[in-house]
Design a binder for this molecule. Sequence first.
Ligand SMILES: [Zn+2]
Length: 425
Amino acid sequence: MIAFDRRHTDDLIEFAAAATSPYHAAAEAAAILSEAGFTALSERDAWDDSPGGRYVVRGGALIAWVVPDTATRTTGFRVFGAHTDSPTLKVKPTPDTGGSGWRQIAVEIYGGVPRDTWLDRDLGVSGRLVTRDGETHLARIDRPLLRVPRLAIHLDRQVNEGQVLDAQTHMTPLWGLGEPHEGELIAVVAEAAGVDADEVTGWDLMVHDVQRPAYLGRDGELLACPRLDNLVSVHAGARALAALTGRPLTHIPVLAAFDHEESGSESSTGAAGPFLETVLHRVLAVRGASVEDTARAFADSVVMSSDTGHSIHPNYPERHEPGDPPIAGGGPILKVNVNQRYATDGLGRAVFAAACERAGVPWQTYVNRNSLPCGTTIGPITAARLGILTVDVGIPILSMHSARELCAADDPARLAAVAAAFLSD
Ligand SMILES: [Zn+2]
């Protein structure tokens, strides 16, 4: 018996299956918004102060917002933040390699990859191609194309005592037999994208597990899904924002989906860059806002930074804080770290509690065990960059950063409900 409405999670499954790279994630979020009547803006064009939904895509990042009819030069923002990228293997500049009679693809390791989870999986390739004319083309081969084969246990009898996987020598996927041919991978990807391979002068490509997300468990109360970190938040934010057009709003609701969180956010599309700041300034500037007006608007703004957190793991309860053991299925989490690995403070906690209350959603607290170093996310970076009150939240998952992660099937819809309550505040 399924006690919850699966429509949101069904939709997340399609979103995650299609969003195999940050570029695809931004495009999928843009598709949700444009279907809801949002207009795509170019950063190169002049913007105006007309009300309604707008979005701008920059590479693998997207920022979207709704200007209410009632907006003034000092109207504050409600920003729901997330990130589009996930740990993966990225294709090296000279991809075609091999040895010992095998054709292989050279990769770099992106973000905090638990390497063993990428072994023996059927992997596709996706990302973007850039052609000589400067145009960008999304590209995706969503079928078994590559595999990083595990060494057989017979050749590594100590494997269950702790496996060492060297990033340079042990993680290179293979995709065929024979000698490598220079340019072969790009030619295959270009053909799949309908682009002339001779015109391709740049690319950003990465691998993904081609196995589709699936409900798991006797009653399907769990969701096994790649890239939950952090597509679950991008999707929740896009769906929540899309539902707000035409509603009475007292603030300007914003979705900020950044790239490069898994490598530290330091990029033109990451949270440490000026992308969000520039967009917020422009949204106010087109209304004639002064420096004083903008400072007043920022002082009346809040950022809710959403990312996945750790559910308590039944096999490793000693790795978790016993006083606050969040569990998958218990609702979204408030993430707290006194050393500002999470931006949450008492003011932010109250904002999150109020949003959960309005959404009618239960919530939990995540705090790291003192004896373990705490992870971080875009919240503290955004707070430091903008000086806006920021609260870190998310949903609890297992297997974070694995090629295939696990959450409760009803938590994504709860996160989206909290996002909607927060954005419409
Ligand atoms: Zn994350």
